[in-house]
Design a protein around this ligand. Sequence first.
Ligand code: HEM
Length: 335
Amino acid sequence: MFWGGKTWFIGFLGSNHEMLTVEVCPFVAKYTFALAVKLLLGVRDGTELEKLAKPFVEAAGGIIAVPINIPGTRFNRGVKASEKIREVINGIIAQRRKDLADGTADPSQNLLSHMIVEVGKRNEDTTNAPTTDGDMASALARAANRWLRHHQHHGRVHYDDACRLPRCLPREQMEIAKGKSEGELLNWDDLRKMKYSWNVACEVLRMRPPTVGAFRVAKTDFTYGGFTIPKGWKLHYLPHYTQRNHEFFPNPEKFDPSRFEGAGPAPYTFVPFGGGARMCPGNEYARAEILVFMYNIVTRYNWERMIPDEKVVIDPLPRPVHGLPIKLIPHKTEP
Ligand code: HEM
């Protein structure tokens, strides 16, 4: 399941029955990053991956930083890292163009190959399509970067005391595993059956939204909470506050996946992926990844936190200071 780069290999989801210890946060960051880079760019090689990983971490750190671009600041490191990312991705794009032209790459293999072929086709008919390698690199970098920033989500299921795994979740996942033969992969129907698991994930996303929100511009003058907002003003919404509004989420500090049963929360009250025309385009992708991850862990392991009251720092999002070390205890029999 995981590639074997120099420092990144970790024998994690193997079928041996020994107990493993894992630091959830760094591990999940590497896992989600590797998956994103593989699916979006088609990069599988550990060395190539490492060339991108470090600048992505630096660039992510620079996104929410005081915008002072002088050497030594977090922002400056982020800017330099994003230049490095563009350079590496442009190199990959150039190589892929060549491979596609030689017939050694297939357009359906990953998003990048598909984009190169589609953009090439559109350029024959229109001048409005994104035309440069830089545009594509930037689109891909934004998508992968977002993904990297949200990596801690998985960890939160375990480290928040309020989020101890409810019993129904392993039951639902085990039911699906029982219907699978040895080595059979999950499919869309299986993901559709993971209703309770997704309700649990949504409740985690409600209580611990992985983003600090996004900006919008007021299209008309309006009044909200006694304040007049003039047309043209920039506004920032915070999922953290919206999703803890008593009016829409009674007893908001209570972890309660049943909030998502039936019709679920009212429109625009549950906004971990934003809303409207600029809503996160990766939300279905994130859903699939979260559910597949849950399935693979829950059907194979139980776990215990190694530091029960691990401190959480805000940097700028909540992060357990020691990276959330856990013991993974394999089930006696594989599903
Ligand atoms: C748990 C996972 C994720 C969360 C919580 C999340 C959340 C968000 C939020 C809140 C926004 C801002 C939306 C707005 O302006 O209202 C956003 C935008 C975006 N997300 Fe995600 N996202 C996740 C995963 C992903 C993934 C996997 C991808 C790509 C593969 C992705 C790509 C993007 C992009 C490209 C935008 C910018 C959209 C635009 O401005 O038009 N996200 N995301």
